[in-house]
Design a protein around this ligand. Structure first.
Ligand SMILES: [Zn+2]
Ligand SMILES: [Zn+2]
Length: 316
């Protein structure tokens, strides 16, 4: 007869298996991301953009390395979030004034770099001159992926600053207090959408698929058979680059578009088994060609890359 596990035993099993969430170590993460962006720039059709993104990430790394440790999340916030299956620090509601200091420092850092393209100077100067309330409003629009046409060029800088501010707060979260947020497709720490998912290698997380938050850089586990957008297990398939086109047979690629025939979206899966230094945000950005080809299919991109400013087609 099969023995039924008691609740305590299930928890004990859970502890010895693999981490449900992987909280960020921001300075190391930004350093690895910048290095990966430069590696992927080699021979890439968008090499200039990837190198520029790497310089933004360098600035993030410098700011993350010198940031004081964030305050731990208050017990009552932890309890309320867990009781309601809500993210711990929903990004739009939990903006702190410190994020603006990060933005202004980041803008100054990039502006002082002689290699920053001249067309970006007015964008950076405008951001530097924006007052506190207008910056917060801009942050909320960027987090909702709802920036006006005139603000699109500022998006990567605003998102980069928010990443530094929120990853610092996620870094001090006690892993055991992270809620099981509903839906499971949003970040349990900050409620944002994943930028991509990653199949990890090495350590306890090895062999497991994690969704990587585009804002606070937390990763949370989701089984591979589930769509990372609607959680359906019905229609998950993969498309990868092969030659000039895309094919369902490109299983050896580091980056695949994981498509779902239920919600008609796709999100990329970055596979470290194929390339150990693969990094979700960097590999997603560098595989823009795959997005362009996916644009001709029935699948639309589930969520944006925070470091890419793209104007969305007008709703008809
Ligand atoms: Zn998050
Ligand atoms: Zn789906």
């Amino acid at each position: 007869m099969q023995r039924i596990l008691q609740p305590g035993e299930i928890e004990a099993l859970d502890k010895v298996s693999f981490p449900r969430v992987r909280l960020p170590q921001p300075a190391a993460l930004f350093q690895e991301r910048a290095a990966r962006l430069r590696q992927l720039a080699d021979g890439n059709p968008i090499a200039d953009y990837l190198n520029f993104a790497a310089r933004i990430v360098d600035a993030q790394q410098r700011l993350a390395a010198k940031a004081p440790a964030a305050e731990p999340v208050a017990d009552e916030i932890v309890q309320r979030a867990n009781a309601n299956g809500m993210p711990l620090l929903p990004a739009s509601d939990a903006l702190e004034p410190a994020w603006r200091d990060v933005l202004r420092a980041l803008v100054a850092d990039v502006r002082a770099d002689a290699t920053t393209p001249a067309p970006l100077h007015p964008v950076l100067d405008r951001l530097a001159a924006t007052d506190d309330d207008a910056l917060d409003a801009l942050a909320r629009q960027a987090l909702a992926d709802n920036l006006g046409r005139e603000d699109i060029a500022a998006a990567p800088f605003v998102m980069a600053a928010l990443q530094v501010a929120f990853s610092a707060r996620a870094a001090v979260v006690d892993e055991r207090t992270v809620p099981y947020a509903e839906p499971a497709t949003i970040c349990p720490v900050c409620g944002s959408a994943p930028v991509a998912s990653v199949l990890r290698i090495g350590g306890e997380a090895g062999g497991h698929r994690y969704l990587h938050c585009g804002v606070c850089e937390t990763e949370w586990h989701m089984v591979r058979v589930k769509c990372s957008h609607c959680e359906s297990t019905e229609g998950v398939r993969y498309q990868g680059l092969e030659g000039e086109g895309i094919t369902a047979k490109a299983k050896d690629q580091v980056v695949l578009a994981e498509t779902c025939s239920v919600c008609h979206t796709y999100r990329k899966l970055v596979n470290q088994e194929k390339s150990p230094f693969a990094e979700p945000l960097a590999d997603d950005l560098a595989s823009l060609t795959l997005d362009l080809l996916m644009g001709d299919t029935e699948f639309s991109r589930a969520s944006s890359n925070p470091l890419l400013a793209i104007e969305k087609p007008l709703a008809v």
